[in-house]
Design a protein around this ligand. Structure first.
Ligand code: X5A
Ligand code: ZN
Length: 631
């Protein structure tokens, strides 16, 4: 952005440092009148657009945009993609005197409700997207967001469905291409990031090479709405439109920023470069957002902002967002705000994607690239194995029909995992400060016992099930970068095993090193070089705490202290009470954990007592003594 005093011939800067990009917003309260006929609850509710509008006002961004009221679509424009019949059926809804007449029409469509204002809202939604797209194509506005309902992308030429009456985005695209040739819009990229497949839009431009339609959606091999094969990746268009239809069909839910951005980086962006659109229309549903009750995915506001930012590199930033789905009011408001801030170009994007894409994501991306490489040479290269090795394992959960505990367990894992992700954007705000600082400092995590086994230790970094014999699944660290270095060393100490198995750790029990130097024994340890931030995440997980803490367990001053004193107790109340500094390697401190917390000590004591080795008092004294002494 141009700063004060700099000469600037673009329209992005001025002396108050605020953006001068002209961003259009459409909002019209009339579209709130479309509602269920008897006031039943429905996810596609009037408050959806209200909360978005209120959010933009409260954040002070709508005041910096050009605000347009809605405008009604003309029949002839609707008929560019819809049949005459469909347009007149929707128009007739408003003249029906009785709800039951409308209910009958609604019941002939899939997932549609209607009331006396549905028709008006539908005409406004489509007309508003047309008007905004026209203004952006003309250059009167740089870009914009139409906050409209009912949504549009499921609506087919002769049919309303999936809460959609007219296909708002498709109408606007056809309007620019067919009605306004003088504007010079010859190629349109339609991106559909709504969690559902844009079946209607796909149909309307199936044979049309002027429109490149890209849809990323939950598909689950045809099991997710709108069910069937239409959203499959081998649906590439036909005739002159062959190759101009791209579907990225997720095989599973829970996809998040990492998955979407992988689809962007390895499919959409390279194709967009080749296609070189004159304008982009974005079917901006926010039902892939974290917290959405229908979508089951986890895209954060940050994720949306990055996806949008990447698209703004094309068509000189001429992009029009049109709201589609999105049913968590809080999520759609926050996601919308993040997007408008990107349109205004006033927000340096902050945040990070903590996770890797799912394995299934890479499988889908590779299948799409292979299928589409016949039309888009930039997709022809095979993705490197380094890249696709970066993946988040999907826990494999085996249900035995009568085992309700197993199912609870599965729910727990999924819960635990989605909770972690719900916190992702909190992490960006609340706890970034300690994470940022500690991510710059390296330590050696000296592991003994089962953590010496690399796949097991990596669970604390990358997430996964730490052992077969128990129920513990780790969410991993926020920063999933693997250890920078791995090194083995031996220390003159004895390795102890507490019990053969324990409730928490399952078969294999627990191990610890006798903190008393014993020159006759060698304890082999595996040293993982990780950041102090990751070390904290390992501590959180080892001690059964959540990783989204606002403060670290082990900060910079604690590190200093333990380097000086050799050993310090942690106030975590978890399994390992003490952090011990074993020395330094390459000037980096070597840290390990020892008992006790009380619970751990009791386990150890029980082991020693039941093993006949020591009396209870002796065992207690032994553990206390062992734990308090540095190596
Ligand atoms: C626009 C949109 C979803 C329809 C789901 C029907 N429609 N079960 O998100
Ligand atoms: Zn949707």
């Amino acid at each position: 952005m141009a700063m004060a005093g700099e000469s600037s011939n673009n329209n992005y800067g001025d002396c108050d440092g605020k953006s001068h990009r002209k961003v259009g917003l459409v909002y019209d309260e009339t579209m709130c009148k479309h509602d269920t006929p008897n006031g039943e609850d429905h996810p596609e509710c009037p408050d959806r657009i209200r909360v978005i509008w209120e959010k933009l006002q409260l954040a002070g961004v709508s005041q910096r945009c050009v605000v347009l009221g809605g405008s009604k679509a003309e029949d002839k424009h609707l008929q560019l993609v819809h049949t005459k019949d469909h347009v007149s059926v929707v128009k007739s809804l408003s003249t029906k005197k009785k709800d039951y007449r409308r209910n009958r029409i609604a019941s002939q469509w899939n997932s549609i409700y209607l009331n006396g204002s549905s028709s008006e809202a539908a005409f406004l939604a489509a007309g508003s997207v047309v008007e905004l797209a026209e203004k952006v194509a003309e250059g009167e506005l740089d870009c914009g967001y139409a906050i409209v309902r009912p949504p549009g992308h499921h609506a087919e030429p002769d049919e309303a469905m999936g809460f959609c009456l007219f296909n708002n985005v498709a109408v606007a695209a056809s309007y620019l291409l067919d009605e306004r040739p003088e504007l010079g819009v010859k190629k349109i990229l339609i991106v559909d990031w709504d969690v559902h497949h844009g079946n209607g839009t796909q149909k309307m431009f199936w044979k049309d090479p002027r429109v490149l339609f890209f849809s990323v959606h939950r598909h689950e091999h045809g099991g997710f709405y709108p069910a069937g094969d239409d959203g499959d990746y081998n649906m590439v268009g036909e005739g002159p439109g062959e190759g101009f239809n791209i579907n990225v069909p997720w095989e599973q839910g829970r996809c998040g920023d990492a998955d979407y951005l992988a689809a962007w980086d390895h499919i959409l962006i390279p194709v967009a470069k080749e296609f070189n659109p004159d304008i982009i229309l974005l079917s901006a549903g926010f039902d892939a957002a974290i917290g959405d009750p229908l979508g089951g995915c986890r895209v954060t506001p940050y994720g949306y902002s990055v996806m949008l930012k990447k698209l703004m590199e094309f068509a000189q930033g001429k992009i029009v967002l049109a709201l589609e789905g999105g049913y968590n009011l809080d999520s759609i408001a926050k996601s919308s705000l993040a997007c408008v801030q990107v349109l205004l170009e006033d927000k340096p994007i902050q945040g990070s994607s903590e996770a890797y894409p799912f394995e299934s994501t890479w499988r889908v991306i590779q299948a799409v690239r292979k299928k589409l490489s016949a039309y888009w040479p930039s997709l022809a290269d095979v993705l490197s194995s380094n890249l696709i090795d970066q993946k988040t394992p999907t826990p494999i959960i085996v249900f035995s029909s009568s085992d309700s505990e197993t199912e609870d367990y599965a729910d727990d894992i999924l819960d635990q995992m989605s909770r972690l992700n719900i916190e992702n954007h909190h992490v960006d705000t609340v706890s970034t400060s300690w994470r940022r600082d500690l991510s710059k400092v390296d330590v050696w995590y000296a592991s003994f016992g089962s953590n010496m086994w690399k796949p097991r230790f990596l669970c604390y970094i990358q997430g996964g099930q730490v052992s077969r014999g128990n129920k513990k699944v780790c969410v991993g660290s926020m920063d999933k970068t693997p250890p920078k270095q791995i090194m083995w060393e031996s220390f003159p100490h004895r390795l102890f095993f507490g019990r053969e198995s324990s409730v928490t750790w399952g078969v294999g029990g627990v191990a610890f090193i006798n903190p008393l130097t014993n020159l006759n024994d060698q304890t082999h340890m595996c040293l993982y070089r990780i950041t102090l931030e990751q070390f904290n995440d390992v501590l959180f997980q080892e001690n059964g705490l959540k990783v989204d803490s606002d403060s670290p367990l082990f900060g910079l001053d604690t590190l200093q202290l333990v380097e000086k004193k050799g050993s310090i107790p942690l106030a975590s109340g978890g399994w390992y009470g003490n952090i011990v500094c074993l020395g330094k390697e390459c000037d980096i401190p070597i840290l390990t954990m020892t008992p006790p917390s009380e619970a751990y000590a009791n386990t150890m004591i029980r082991g020693l007592v039941e093993g006949g080795r020591l009396s209870e008092e002796e065992a207690k004294a032994y553990i206390d003594n062992a734990a308090s002494k540095p190596l």
